[in-house]
Design a protein around this ligand. Structure first.
Ligand code: NAD
Length: 244
């Protein structure tokens, strides 16, 4: 099979586990050179990667200066708070916007000059179906910040569309990843046990199962590669029918 990402240099954040890891691996299988980063360096060591906390602006700029220019950015780092407008704290608000929104902006701002100079590039941001697409219970800050990712994606796409650069975002439903396991565990008591908590997440997907990280990686790969050359500014839902 032809490799779809030959010659592309890709920066992946949060490549240590879950969707970021599956995507870094798929990019590499498709012929890309992948710079796999994660806050936890140990998680990306086997991918030849290194530590990068996207909350550290200077570190982000340094990675791009030292390892760029990049053809592709997969802006994957994000955190899921479980809260409502009545339970969220100021600290959670600040953290959610810093990681889920501001850090994505800073990563885009770091790679864009190199993309503009070379007249090409594809940025894939990680949003969620729980965003401007759909409200989900107990996901106040998550839905709020992921909606901001959708808006930010469209705004940046509009600014760079004439320069050969595309910007899209992914809106997954529930994906079977290590952090989902933590959310299931956190809901276990309220749901009547671990199995019941997991079943409640599965039940949200009309297909009756969770997504695999590889299924989301396949969409990220499509958006990163030239086969999606006419697609920009889109928030693409991949949710097993959650929003049917
Ligand atoms: P995960 O939550 O299991 O793992 C997240 C990874 O991000 C970890 O390796 C962690 O070390 C890294 N990380 C955390 N903070 C970081 C930081 N400041 N800088 C760099 N790396 C950092 O992975 P996941 O569930 O695949 O989630 C990845 C992204 O996908 C997130 O943005 C999440 O909101 C989004 N998402 C997940 C789901 C889901 O159901 N799992 C659904 C929709 C969207």
């Amino acid at each position: 099979m032809t490799q779809r990402m030959n010659g592309l240099r890709c920066l992946v954040t949060a490549a240590g586990q879950g969707i970021g890891r599956a995507t870094a691996q798929m990019f590499a299988r498709e012929g890309a050179t992948v710079v796999a980063t994660d806050r936890d360096a140990a998680l990306v060591a086997d991918l030849g990667g290194f530590g990068l906390d996207v909350l550290d602006d200077a570190a982000v700029a340094r990675v791009v200066a030292d390892h760029g220019p990049f053809d592709v950015l997969f802006n994957c780092a994000g955190f899921v708070h479980q809260n409502t407008a009545l339970t969220a704290t100021d600290a959670e608000w600040d953290f959610a916007f810093a990681l889920n929104v501001r850090a994505m902006w800073k990563c885009m701002a770091a790679v864009l000059p190199g993309m503009i100079e070379r007249g090409r590039g594809s940025i894939v941001n990680m949003a969620s179906a729980a965003s401007s697409v759909k409200g989900a219970p107990n996901r106040f800050l998550y839905g709020t910040t992921k909606a901001a990712v959708v808006g930010m994606t469209k705004a940046v796409a509009a600014d760079v569309v004439a320069r050969g650069i595309r910007v899209n975002c992914l809106c997954p439903g529930t994906v079977d990843t290590p952090s989902l396991g933590e959310r299931i565990a956190a809901n276990a008591t309220a749901s009547g046990g671990l199995e019941a908590a997991r079943a409640a997440f599965v039940a949200r997907q009309a297909m009756g199962r969770l997504a695999t990280a590889e299924e989301i990686a396949a969409l990220a790969t499509y958006l990163a590669a030239d086969e999606s050359a006419f697609v920009t500014g889109q928030a693409i839902v991949i949710d097993g029918g959650w929003t049917l």
